[in-house]
Design a binder for this molecule. Structure first.
Ligand code: SF4
Length: 431
């Protein structure tokens, strides 16, 4: 009989990995049966509407990062570059294009073809990427224009006329998306089904917000870089499902148990770190070890905000007005994700205080300008505002040609030496 601790600790990581395998297996079966899918992105997937039509969801960003984690990204990148894509283009796009050129062949199973391409303006690459599917498969493409906040303070507050005008603008677009789905699937839109799906997302959002809060514990309960990436996968892939809601509620249970027992991550927590950017997937495990071996634990990560599709805010849809409220939730969530990228310093200062962080690791990547732009300026602003040690390391989330493990290790070791001597100085000053 396993003890409570054995049964509960690490359950979320194991179940999350299993759920992702099952999700890929379902996509593989859908591809086998020739069932169509909707291709979507994590920032504004509109999973709720698509699920109301029982469409399979494909997240090309998740497919792409999986090729890097499984050490085969270079094969896909090479194929896309041979096809004519520049080495400068986002690695996720190239991995996906190469996969499409190979009939959906993916290390986790075959990916079904799209019947609909859905993009938002959350990243400019999204639109050009979806245009590839539109042309290649001759399918309809819907682009949602989600108004940004246009300011560092989050823009017009909910309930104001300016916010309501943006919300209505988005609601009209969602109604057009619904009409497109009706046309593609030949099914009538079912408002009750949307309500049910939104209810599951509400449960996931509430749980995810709680999990992020719980990680303020000392020691931190999970590593935002490693465990957090598994949780994010489930958050996106199973958004709006009963399975997803139950998974995250069980994860809250695990985190509350760990918190009550004072249990941290596997590494002995010496330094609490924030991570900014996208992880280094080509050497994912090694990258994490370079920090964990020195007692560095990632207690939070900007990735967990901008790739969570807005669920980090815990937004609760009003089920009495599903479409209207969905428009509001998407506006609030995507806008917040955009602000967190554009005004890093504000979000980070808040996180440094909340998580009592000792250091920040900036990881700009060659592939993704959207999350890498302005990081140097952000670092300067943070160092002025708070007494934290910052590390700036550049590599990529897909392309192993620009990942130099030895160079990264040198920089990371020097960062920890800085943290050690800072701690000694503080101890001496207070002795
Ligand atoms: S540029 Fe960045 S945010 Fe945009 S699709 Fe590529 S990885 Fe995603």
């Amino acid at each position: 009989m396993p003890t409570t601790e054995q049964a509960i600790v690490g359950r979320g990581a194991q179940e999350g990995a299993q759920l992702m395998r099952e999700w890929f297996a379902r996509l593989d079966a859908a591809a086998e049966r020739g069932e169509p899918a909707a291709y979507v992105f994590v920032m504004g997937s509109l999973a709720e509407i698509l699920r109301a039509f029982d469409m399979h969801l494909v997240f090309p960003e998740i497919n792409a990062l999986q090729t890097a984690v499984r050490h085969v990204a270079h094969e896909y990148l090479g194929a896309a570059e041979d096809y004519g894509y520049s080495p400068d283009v986002c690695g996720y796009v190239k991995a996906d294009v190469a996969m499409q050129l190979q009939g959906g062949k993916h290390p986790m199973g075959r990916i079904p073809k799209p019947a609909l391409a859905l993009a938002t303006n959350a990243c400019n690459t999204y639109v050009k990427w979806a245009e590839f599917w539109e042309r290649y498969y001759k399918i309809p493409m819907v682009t949602l224009d989600i108004p940004g906040s246009r300011s560092a303070d989050g823009g017009a507050a909910r309930g104001t006329p300016a916010f309501e005008s943006d919300r209505r603008y988005l609601e009209i677009q969602l109604r057009e998306l619904i009409a497109s789905c009706e046309q593609i699937t030949g099914r009538m839109f079912d408002l009750e089904r949307l309500r049910e799906v939104l209810g599951y997302t509400n449960r996931m959002a509430a749980a995810w917000q709680r999990i992020l809060e719980l990680n303020q514990a000392r020691p931190a309960l999970f590593n935002a870089l490693v465990d957090g990436t598994i949780y994010l996968g489930v958050l996106n892939a199973l958004r709006g499902t009963r399975e997803g809601a139950e998974y995250f509620e069980r994860l809250v249970e695990e985190m509350e148990y760990k918190s009550a027992q004072g249990m941290g991550t596997i590494a002995e927590e010496q330094y609490r770190l924030l991570f900014v950017g996208v992880p280094c997937y080509p050497i994912f495990r090694r990258f994490h070890e370079m920090f964990a071996d020195r007692g560095g634990v990632f207690v939070a990560s900007s990735y967990l905000w901008f790739a969570a599709g807005g669920l980090d805010l815990g937004f609760q849809y009003d089920l009495s007005r599903p479409v209207e409220s969905l428009a509001e939730g998407v506006l609030v969530g995507v806008r917040h994700a955009g602000d967190a990228m554009l005004f890093h310093d504000r979000s980070l200062i808040e996180q440094v205080d909340l998580f009592q962080a000792d250091g920040i690791v900036y990881h700009p990547v060659k592939s993704c300008r959207t999350v890498s732009t302005s990081l140097a300026g952000s670092r300067k602003a943070i160092m002025k505002a708070r007494d934290v040690q910052c590390l700036f390391i550049e590599s990529d989330m897909m392309d192993r040609r620009v990942v130099s493990e030895a160079q990264l290790k040198n920089r990371i070791d020097a960062f920890f030496e800085g943290l050690d001597s800072r701690r000694l100085r503080t101890a001496a000053a207070t002795a």
